[in-house]
Design a protein around this ligand. Structure first.
Ligand code: JDQ
Length: 238
């Protein structure tokens, strides 16, 4: 396949929806392959324990390096990129999605509890490229949902996955502004009408109107995108 995805989780069924949505169709066409692995298959005790108490105390449990290490040895080859979702990660952005969509093999390590023993990441980083990524400033229960978010954002950028190749070329974040409002039939609905400019054939006027709408929305909802502060990643947003 053009892109191989491996996901490790103690809840492998959680990733099933990935097969149903976008990546599923891409999988049928052989463009993207998805394999999900149950971390517990690498446990050695009768209780199949994957977690233990945290050194230094504190709430919750931490995932054991003795389980994750051998698992990643088997699942993650040296030429793969290891993605570890974490609240403490580098922000996942469209630029990172673009970069990862060009890879040939991505492995996602889904943690639970309070996370994975840091030595697992430190050890893996000795032989593979590791990215600890956050999908936003809110706290989830585990890495599975974050993985599904990232996989969807990445796979839609792989050529041949999206029916309409054009659609991601006009991604809102590709010009650093928010998407303009979208409309379809009927022309009037519950007393609300579609802006006249969109119903005319003047494509220059339509582009100008959409740009103005994007700017207004971005000013109103995401002033941070306009602040012009030196964004570190210099990604597709600019
Ligand atoms: N953007 C983003 C990512 C996550 C995330 C990712 C993986 C894990 C694994 C365990 N948890 C729970 C957790 C709660 C608090 C502190 C540490 C870990 C995770 C959360 N939350 N928010």
């Amino acid at each position: 396949p053009r892109l191989r995805l491996d996901v490790v989780s103690i809840f492998p069924d959680y990733l099933e929806p990935l097969r149903l949505s976008l990546p599923g169709r891409a999988a049928e066409r052989g463009i993207v392959s998805l394999a999900v692995h149950d971390l517990r298959d690498w446990t050695h005790d009768v209780h199949r324990a994957v977690d233990d108490s945290p050194y230094g105390g504190g709430p919750g449990m931490v995932m054991k390096p003795e389980i994750w290490g051998p698992c990643l040895d088997d699942v993650c080859p040296d030429d793969a990129i290891l993605v570890v979702p974490t609240p403490a990660g580098v922000p996942f952005t469209q630029a990172i999605a673009e970069e990862l969509s060009a890879a040939t093999h991505l492995v996602f390590a889904c943690g639970r509890y309070e996370g994975i023993d840091q030595r697992v990441v430190d050890d893996a980083a000795r032989r593979v490229r590791v990215l600890e990524l956050s999908i936003g400033d809110y706290v989830l229960i585990g890495g599975e949902v974050a993985t599904m978010v990232m996989v969807e954002a990445i796979v839609r950028l792989v050529d041949g996955v999206l029916g309409n190749a054009e659609s991601h070329r006009q991604d809102s974040f590709s010009d650093g502004l928010l998407e303009a409002p979208a409309y379809t039939r009927p022309q009037t609905w519950r007393g609300l009408s579609v802006p006249d400019v969109l119903r005319g054939g003047d494509h220059a006027a339509i582009l100008a109107w959409r740009r103005e709408q994007s700017l207004a929305r971005t000013r109103d909802r995401r002033p941070d995108l306009l602040a012009g502060e030196p964004d570190t990643d210099h990604g597709s947003r600019g």
